[in-house]
Ligand binder design. Structure first.
Ligand code: SF4
Length: 233
């Protein structure tokens, strides 16, 4: 593969063809914020927090998925970029409970996001799903980054227990036909929980420890649930 040269924030850099703007920026220690992007997965390009300005492009482009081009001139922190990121964070905060997402909260501070800007907006309010012995699903905290679906599917586990369902504001992560987790193909590998950036997916054990509850009680509780499920069949 051949090399190409571009400019990022006034600094010239040579990278191998095929590198993204995000990767090129990291090479010269210019940090670009990401949320939906996971370094081990294909960039889903969903959250748009990594947008940057590219000379001669009328629209902002996503650094996580846009490949570098010869002679490209990129600004990663211009006023236009900062304004866009601020708006994205404000919109996200208007609809989702971000209380357990410290990295996003930190970005909100850094970009001066106004938490009250869309105070009247409809919020994602979904009851906590507690249907299996290992993890809880709190989709009120879900930002639809898709990382759990990627981890469950072809990026890691090849289990395909969860996917995207619904449209627009009602789009959500679901098992097929909204079945409870024990009736899905889930193998409880925990990869989705690890990949979730907002604690929408949380190990039950961790949840109980945080609340000062006795973990042995959780084990008893899970066994009882399992027995009840079997007797219902
Ligand atoms: S549950 Fe977590 S990982 Fe899955 S889409 Fe929602 S925020 Fe992303």
């Amino acid at each position: 593969m051949s090399d190409l040269t571009l400019t990022i924030n006034g600094q010239s850099i040579t990278v191998t063809q095929g590198k993204t703007i995000l990767q090129a920026a990291a090479q010269i220690d210019k940090s670009i914020p990401t949320i939906c992007y996971h370094p081990h997965f294909t960039a889903p390009s969903l959250c748009r927090i990594c947008v940057v300005e590219v000379e001669k492009s009328r629209v902002l482009v996503q650094a996580c998925s846009r490949e570098c081009e010869q002679g490209m001139v990129v600004q990663t922190d211009s006023p236009r970029v900062r304004q866009a990121r601020k708006m994205i964070l404000e919109l996200l905060n208007s609809a989702v409970d971000l209380s357990a997402a410290p990295e996003i909260q930190q970005l909100m501070q850094e970009y001066g996001a106004d938490v009250a800007r869309f105070a009247e907006a409809k919020r994602r309010e979904i009851p906590l799903k507690d249907d299996n012995p290992f993890y809880l699903r709190d989709y009120s905290k879900c930002i639809m980054c898709w990382r759990c679906v990627q981890a469950c599917g072809e990026e890691v586990q090849w289990t395909f227990a969860i996917t995207k369902a619904g449209r627009g504001f009602d789009a959500h992560i679901s098992t097929f036909f909204e079945k409870p987790i024990p009736e899905s193909t889930c193998v409880y590998c925990g990869n989705c929980v690890q990949a979730c950036p907002t604690d929408a997916l949380k190990a039950k054990r961790e949840f109980w420890i945080e609340r000062g509850r006795d973990v042995s009680e959780l084990v008893r509780h899970s066994r009882l649930e399992k027995r009840n499920r079997r007797s219902e069949k």
